[in-house]
Design a protein around this ligand. Structure first.
Ligand SMILES: NC(=O)c1ccc[n+]([C@@H]2O[C@H](COP(=O)([O-])OP(=O)(O)OC[C@H]3O[C@@H](n4cnc5c(N)ncnc54)[C@H](O)[C@@H]3O)[C@@H](O)[C@H]2O)c1
Length: 265
């Protein structure tokens, strides 16, 4: 099926690692022109090279801290300058430190809010500045099933991801008349296949600090599909939602891609 991404200008944040990397390489295989933003230069430049080999007619890296609006303006401006517009934005940057709420301090809360939420606000604001005059575009934000279920050790992160779900629905309502669609994908536990897929700044650099092998096994056994997610599972859902060809009448939706996690309990 042709998702009609050939030559389309696609911006992916957090593109250096795990889910963002898989999203970037999947768009590359569809022939999209990529602009990749991340704080991890070495790893994301490698992804840009791999994207070109995979089929992207162009793949540029712009070092970007999404919490800084001026850097986001550079990132999305570069997509417009190099690729003649901004057709798709995928907000993939995210970060958490798994801790019980009673063990956390306000500095950690603020860091989680800035990276996960302010980053999405910054990128969405700048992308809309290009998409509204173009009268079209698609934004997909990566949230988390922690936003829907409530997950121990993810209290602040889950709350912030719920804010993303709500924010994207409002943006969908405000901008539908301009032909802009906005949707959300909520991954469950989604682990890289091998070390090449994660950068130095990834949450998964020290996998055991997130989940021990025993914990991962327990998560998998609890899920209806009896397996944890892989980055490609999320990338497939992102491509579907981003594509006007197959999801042109879908907006304001929050899709869990988590092996049935939201049906438990
Ligand atoms: N992997 C999972 O199990 C899982 C589950 C639910 C939701 N998610 C969400 O999916 C998204 C991707 O997760 P992942 O597992 O690929 O994470 P990851 O840590 O492997 O990758 C995140 C990327 O974002 C980059 N980044 C971090 N802070 C940044 C900043 N301020 N500016 C720019 N780049 C920054 C990192 O350098 C890294 O390349 C996140 O939004 C995360 O919250 C992941």
């Amino acid at each position: 099926m042709d998702l009609e991404f050939q030559g389309k200008s696609v911006v992916v944040t957090g593109a250096g690692s795990n889910i963002g990397r898989a999203v970037a390489l999947t768009f590359a295989r569809e022939g999209a022109a990529l602009t990749l933003g991340d704080i991890d230069q070495e790893q994301t430049e490698r992804v840009a090279e791999q994207a070109t080999i995979a089929g992207a007619p162009s793949a540029q890296f712009v070092r970007t801290d999404v919490t800084d609006l001026a850097q986001v303006e550079e990132l999305i401006g570069a997509a417009n300058d190099e690729h003649g517009g901004v057709d798709v934005l995928v907000n993939c940057v995210g970060w958490d430190k798994l801790m019980y709420f009673t063990d956390t301090e306000p500095e950690l809360w603020q860091r989680i809010i800035d990276i996960n939420y302010v980053g999405v606000l910054n990128c969405t604001r700048v992308a809309l500045q290009y998409m509204i005059p173009q009268e079209g575009g698609s934004i997909v934000s990566i949230s988390s099933d922690a936003s829907r279920q409530g997950e121990p050790r993810e209290a602040v992160y889950g709350g912030v991801k719920a804010a993303i779900n709500s924010f994207m629905k409002t943006i969908a309502k405000e901008n539908g008349r301009a032909g802009i669609r906005c949707n959300v994908v909520c991954p469950g536990v989604t682990i890289p296949e091998d070390d090449e897929e994660v950068g130095e700044t990834s949450m998964w650099r020290d996998k055991d600090s997130m989940f021990t092998p025993e914990q991962l096994d327990k998560v998998a056994r609890a899920l209806p599909l009896r397996k944890v997610g892989r980055p490609q599972d999320i990338a497939n859902a992102v491509l579907f939602l981003a594509s006007d060809a197959v999801a042109g009448h879908v907006t304001g939706q929050v899709l869990s891609v988590s092996g049935g996690y939201t049906m438990i309990g």
